[in-house]
Design a protein around this ligand. Structure first.
Ligand SMILES: [Zn+2]
Length: 305
């Protein structure tokens, strides 16, 4: 098994201020834990390229992409929403974050890697077609899915999202595109207060109440995601891998532990091996308790191996 890790130094230069939870140290915490666990030595390392305008405009309005370039500050900060701030490195970080998922798709589609983890920020799953929000600028996982459809003529791509927040941006982008199945678990009611108002065969939203633990999460995945994914027969699986449903993460109120992330990754891998030649491209979304984040990503990558 060849597992690749894609990142870029600029992703650690995007900085939204000293008290912002979506901080550069998140990437270092993951890298440190991968080194400590010995996993780092078995991964193939790649630098993320920048996503092209054409790749971004498959999922974002051209005017929106232009507005992000226009707002990117040469110095100081620019606010995109109350939680989402650009510094002079943010545009480059966002372009490399989206480009990482594109490269990840290329690596698994060409057979150079079996599976990929993109250790990148800013995250992406809240970014809608024409709106930045919730720490997200470009919808990285959506850019990757659209690249798979366009560049490899795939007909069925699945995105699974176990971040504690609903991936409203991903749903917004693909809600009328049945070639993309979107499976999500999330705390509800909770930010961004979406995910309970869609009736669609290719959008599988599973809200979980605050306090739900790994047992409830596993039951939701087993009863809702897995049968739908098996029937859909995805040719590629992308993962919006957020780790903020961890019990140690006070961003939200779900109670998952490290081994739940290993378990769900194994289940995703079984579907990928059955239908998608094992092809999985996973990308970092949330996860703000640094120790739990590093351990959970290690459990996730370990289950990919
Ligand atoms: Zn989140």
């Amino acid at each position: 098994m060849t597992i690749s890790l894609i990142s870029h130094p600029d992703c650690a230069l995007h900085d939204m201020g000293p008290h912002h939870p979506e901080c550069p140290d998140r990437l270092g915490a993951i890298q440190d834990q991968l080194l400590a666990s010995g996993l780092d030595f078995v991964l193939m390392h790649h630098d993320a390229p920048r996503a092209s305008r054409e790749q971004l405009c498959r999922v974002h309005a051209a005017e929106y992409v232009d507005s992000i370039f226009a707002k990117a500050p040469a110095e100081g900060q620019a606010w995109l929403d109350p939680d989402t701030i650009m510094n002079p490195h943010s545009l480059s970080a966002a372009l490399h974050a989206a480009g990482a998922v594109v490269l990840g798709v290329d690596l698994v589609m060409s057979g150079q890697s079996h599976a990929v983890f993109c250790n990148i920020r800013p995250p992406g799953h809240h970014a809608e077609r024409d709106r930045a929000m919730g720490f997200c600028i470009f919808n990285n996982v959506a850019v990757g899915a659209a690249h798979a459809l366009a560049a490899y003529s795939l007909e069925r791509v699945a995105i699974v999202d176990f971040d504690v927040h609903h991936g409203n941006g991903t749903e917004h982008i693909f809600r009328d595109q049945p070639q993309v199945m979107f499976c999500s678990t999330f705390q509800h009611p909770f930010y961004p207060h979406s995910g309970d108002d869609i009736d669609s065969e290719h959008i599988v939203n599973v809200p979980l109440p605050a306090g739900a633990n790994g047992q409830a999460f596993r039951a939701a995945v087993e009863s809702c995601w897995l049968p739908m994914l098996d029937e859909f027969r995805p040719e590629l699986i992308l993962v919006s891998a957020g780790f903020d449903a961890h019990v140690e993460d006070d961003m939200a109120g779900l109670c998952l532990v490290d081994r739940d992330y290993g378990w769900v990754t194994s289940e995703i891998r079984s579907i990928a091996e059955k239908h998608a030649q094992g092809r999985i491209v996973s990308t970092l979304e949330g996860g703000y308790a640094l120790s739990a984040l590093g351990r959970s990503v290690s459990a996730h990558i370990n289950a990919l191996l």
